[in-house]
Design a protein around this ligand. Structure first.
Ligand code: PRX
Length: 634
């Protein structure tokens, strides 16, 4: 089919288009209206329709093929960390999710209550997410790599009735304890959960707080065989909150609806990822990120596919592990991040031809820019289509990509392709708000209403939703992605990095302000600026420039090294090792404008050896000289 016509129709005949897509899911009560846009920019999709994500992901598949689908795999759990591998059929997954739903009900969770999930990549995490969806509770999954301070912020904002967690995770063979960090986070948070449900993997100590902490295994035996009916939610009722970083130090709770999300994901499985019931989907992401929500848990299951939940890295026990999994489970759709591919590029290329990858339709990559050499290398090695897709936590599914299920359009390395159906994408001049010409750089913006599946608001803060996303391009009420982009004469887009202070470390989205706040909490630090600096492997790494309160502390190399180590430990303890700065340099002043604004862009340019731009407004030019010296090799 002609994709351009498909895309045009999605905008020109929006309601008819999405009403058709809505037939991809089961509705308990069909929607009365496709879109309510009476209060822009808030969009309510599939008004008065009643449905349930868990029903569509699990129950719906039990009767398919006269019941034969019930015994096909739904969740394949593989851990190269602990050596476990378990497959749950749709029937088994249904039983586990029902049991977990009964457990949550016993702990007092009701419709609309929040359940915070802070878990490693284990099957129970999937059961908990789906169980929340079943009873209409709102889950808020927090990435296991985040530490106490980050977790405490999220507990306070989401105010969960129950937290589900575990004793520990495991990374590269090393135990990563969760329970201690969780206890500390609860101590720091003004909001306290009523109950904490804990999976004991027997990897680490799990001290229990009487009256609050409950063991998963002990509660599970009491609910063996439980049947919990699905709560039929109105389409706009929230399904989940997922926190993401922006310009401020306070992460935003991206709130997602139920019906719009289910339809958007089901449509994307058909038109973008080409996944069919009975096939296997393998995403190497983590449930703590949006890719994990959309394309480990909900998307594949909504399509009746088996989904692989993988706890491990791409290089252990060897660099063939991902392809070994593809061969063994006949994976048809695979999703990963460019960093994983850059990691593999450094390994023996023999692993790429060792396994039978004939089941694989394509490899989709997202989360950070896919550089041309990496794309070319993996395409040549795998001999499979490599498909870049660009989107955000806020949108939940691709904004730009090549929609293989509609038309196999020619792909360009380095470009995530074309605007997806439902997205009216424009590139706008940052100062005038005018559309830029072909080949000119502009802010990637979306003319509202945002299509189904995108965030409905910021949790508990409608104003912040409007102010943050719809007021940043002068004179235009459009959604800003906060990414720079450019379009060529063929309509292919290229993403050129963020317009704000968000950085992307190995595909992980981090806010430099959060890292700055953490570093500033060290008693020796007076002031700090953190910038993202280009890195061959990880895309970007955070680098800090700090001014100390007492210059004597960093007068010697020993003093500098000691303080740098302490600062890194502070970040590890508060935010998690993923946010740890690659380096912290000590300087006596930060480059600022005369009005006191830190020139982060200039700092970043100097770090990357680029021209720092117009510096006529700088207050103290010596600060720049110092910065250059700090960056010079010792
Ligand atoms: O800057 C863009 C970058 O990652 C940001 C969104 O990150 P997150 O909210 O974690 O969602 C990831 C969903 C895949 C974007 O604003 N980004 C994401 N995908 C790409 C990308 N940059 C370039 N190319 C991509 N394919």
């Amino acid at each position: 089919m002609d994709y351009a016509a498909f895309h045009r129709r999605s905008l020109d005949e929006r309601d008819a288009f999405w009403a058709e897509q809505a037939r991809l899911i089961d509705w308990h009560v069909a929607p009365k209206r496709t879109l309510d846009y009476a209060r822009p920019p808030f969009a309510r999709w599939f008004v008065d329709g009643r449905t349930n994500l868990c029903h569509n992901a699990v129950d719906r598949w039990l009767n398919r093929d006269w019941g034969a689908h019930a015994d096909r795999p739904a969740l394949i759990y593989i851990s190269t960390e602990t050596g476990e591998e378990r497959t749950y059929s749709f029937r088994a997954l249904h039983a586990e999710v029902n049991r977990c739903a009964a457990m949550l009900l016993e702990l007092g969770v009701g419709r609309g209550d929040r359940v915070l999930i802070y878990m490693p990549m284990i099957a129970e995490a999937a059961f908990a997410m789906l169980a929340c969806a079943r009873i209409g509770a709102i889950h808020s999954v927090v990435f296991g790599g985040f530490a106490s301070h980050s977790l405490a912020n999220r507990i306070e904002d989401a105010a969960p009735k129950v937290i589900v967690s575990a004793d520990a995770g495991s990374r590269v063979g090393k135990v990563v304890p969760y329970k201690g960090l969780l206890d500390e986070a609860i101590r720091l948070s003004a909001h306290k959960p009523a109950k904490v449900l804990l999976v004991d993997r027997k990897l680490a100590a799990m001290p229990m707080t009487a009256g609050r902490d409950v063991r998963w295994d002990a509660l599970a035996v009491r609910h063996e065989g439980a049947q919990v009916p699905c709560a039929w939610l109105e389409s706009s009722e929230p399904s989940y909150i997922l926190y993401t970083s922006g310009t401020t130090g306070r992460p935003k709770g991206v709130q997602r609806d139920t019906g719009g999300y289910a339809v958007a994901l089901a449509a994307s499985m058909k038109h973008i990822y080409c996944g069919n019931a009975g096939e296997t989907y393998f995403s190497t992401s983590d449930i703590g990120w949006v890719v994990g929500h959309s394309y480990i848990i909900y998307g594949p299951l909504l399509a009746g596919m088996a989904t692989i939940m993988y706890e491990g890295t791409p290089v252990r026990p060897d660099a063939g592990i991902l392809w070994q999994i593809v061969e063994k489970h006949r994976v048809s759709v695979m999703f990963s991040a460019p960093t994983a591919i850059r990691v593999l590029k450094k390994q023996d290329p023999g692993y790429l031809t060792k396994y039978d990858l004939s089941s694989l339709k394509a490899l989709w990559l997202a989360g950070e820019p896919l550089d041309e050499p990496t794309a070319r290398w993996i395409a040549d090695s795998l001999k499979r289509p490599i498909i870049d897709n660009y989107w955000q936590t806020e949108t939940g599914w691709p904004i730009l990509t090549y929609p293989m299920g509609i038309e196999d359009k020619p792909r360009k390395f380095g470009s995530p392709g074309h605007p997806m159906y439902g997205y009216d994408v424009r590139l706008l001049h940052e100062a005038t708000g005018e559309e830029v010409a072909v080949g000119e750089k502009g802010v990637v913006a979306i003319v509202p209403p945002l299509p189904p599946g995108c965030m409905s608001t910021v949790w508990g803060d409608d104003r912040r939703f409007v102010e943050t996303y719809f007021r940043s391009v002068p004179g235009r009420e459009v959604y800003s992605t906060f990414d720079w982009g450019i379009r060529d004469a063929d309509g292919c887009h290229f993403i050129l990095g963020r317009t704000d202070d968000v950085i992307n470390v190995a595909g992980h989205r981090l806010g430099t302000r959060e890292i700055e706040e953490s570093i500033s909490s060290h008693p020796a630090i007076a002031e700090v600026a953190v910038v993202g600096v280009a890195d061959q492997l990880k895309g970007q790494v955070p680098v800090g420039f700090a001014v100390v309160k007492d210059a004597a502390a960093v007068a010697t190399l020993d003093g500098r090294m000691k303080l740098e180590g302490e600062v890194m430990k502070t970040v590890d303890g508060q935010l998690g090792a993923i946010a740890r700065p690659h380096r912290v340099h000590f300087v006596s002043a930060l480059p600022k404008t005369r009005s006191g604004k830190v020139l982060r862009r200039s700092i970043q340019a100097i770090c990357e050896g680029r021209d720092p731009g117009d510096l006529t407004t700088i207050e103290d030019p010596a600060a720049l000289t110092q910065l250059r010296e700090a960056m010079a090799p010792a």
